[in-house]
Design a protein. Structure first.
Length: 299
């Protein structure tokens, strides 16, 4: 059965931005990717982001990106949204990746703000519009100025929300005020892209999460979301507070590094990292174990 979506929840409610498993020699581990994707969907994810930053997309080739999307679609595409990260700082390249993802069968696209070249707001508007015009797939914007160097301004988000295929925003801006304004003025479905702010963003109108910690606590994220939806604010807050050590521990250093370490501790597919990312030290691994245990994660 195909994954269910509505205009209000275009990609479901709980998605994990999946790491890319590698073999010991650094090659793609497609079997591992399928096993990890199945585990994450079994844990309660409505969808997965493939080839996002958490998937080490800066270090994977276009051919590898396509292979990953194909493998994950084969494993879970009948029961979860498979969203392909296609964002680069070159509009033409992003369009090529988007068209390849569409041909492969992806259910949607994640388009991050162009990084490093710092375009003005009109450049951002034209970049995202060109991507949305290039295929028939729904697009989730990804606003993360801490990585891209440029925010998508409130007015630009409202303009982009008028495009029929720009159907959501992943918010890692860390500005609840701006998020409140865009949600109120545009009705654009809003996904938290900052795990520490998952519950606060729900309070101002977000409909779900694109999570990194979902690799290890998807059931808890689902329970928090369900409690919020049913009006049990106390329970949602209790779950949020229980997860604070996990939110903290998974981001003491770069999130892909800690996520792959956590998955390895749980004997799930992950494998090594590609440079310039490096493995946790013994001290950092010991601290991660403490953080995860404090949040109730079994290792």
């Amino acid at each position: 059965m195909a994954p269910i979506s509505t205009p209000q929840t275009p990609f479901g409610r709980v998605l994990t931005a999946m790491v890319t498993p590698f073999t010991a020699d650094g090659a793609l581990d497609l079997d591992g990717a399928q096993r990890l994707a199945s585990h994450l969907v079994d844990s309660g994810n409505d969808g997965l982001i493939i080839n996002g930053t958490t998937g080490e997309s800066p270090t994977t080739s276009d051919a590898e990106k396509d292979q990953l999307v194909r493998a994950v679609l084969e494993a879970v595409g009948h029961r979860a949204h498979v969203v392909a990260g296609i964002g680069t700082n070159d509009t033409r390249h992003s369009i090529e990746l988007a068209r390849t993802a569409e041909r492969t069968g992806a259910h949607g696209l994640l388009a991050v703000t162009p990084y490093y070249n710092k375009p003005p707001q009109e450049g951002l508007f034209q970049h995202f519009t060109a991507i949305a015009d290039a295929t028939g797939l729904p697009v989730m914007l990804y606003d993360i100025p801490g990585r891209s160097g440029v925010p998508i301004d409130t007015e630009t988000l409202i303009r982009l929300a008028q495009h029929p295929r720009i159907v959501a925003n992943k918010d890692a801006k860390g500005d609840l005020g701006r998020a409140s304004w865009v949600i109120a003025q545009s009705g654009l479905p809003w996904y938290s892209g900052d795990d520490m702010l998952n519950l606060p963003l729900l309070a101002v109108g977000a409909i779900g999460f694109v999570s990194v910690v979902g690799h290890v606590v998807t059931p808890e994220l689902r329970a928090m979301l369900d409690a919020h939806i049913t009006g049990d604010v106390q329970k949602a807050t209790e779950i949020h507070q229980k997860l604070l050590p996990v939110f903290t521990g998974m981001f003491r250093t770069q999130g892909v590094i800690t996520t792959k370490a956590a998955l390895t501790l749980q004997k799930l597919p992950a494998g090594p990292l590609r440079l310039p990312l490096v493995e946790l030290t013994e001290h950092e691994t010991a601290q991660l174990k403490i953080d995860l245990a404090a949040g109730g994660v079994e290792l």
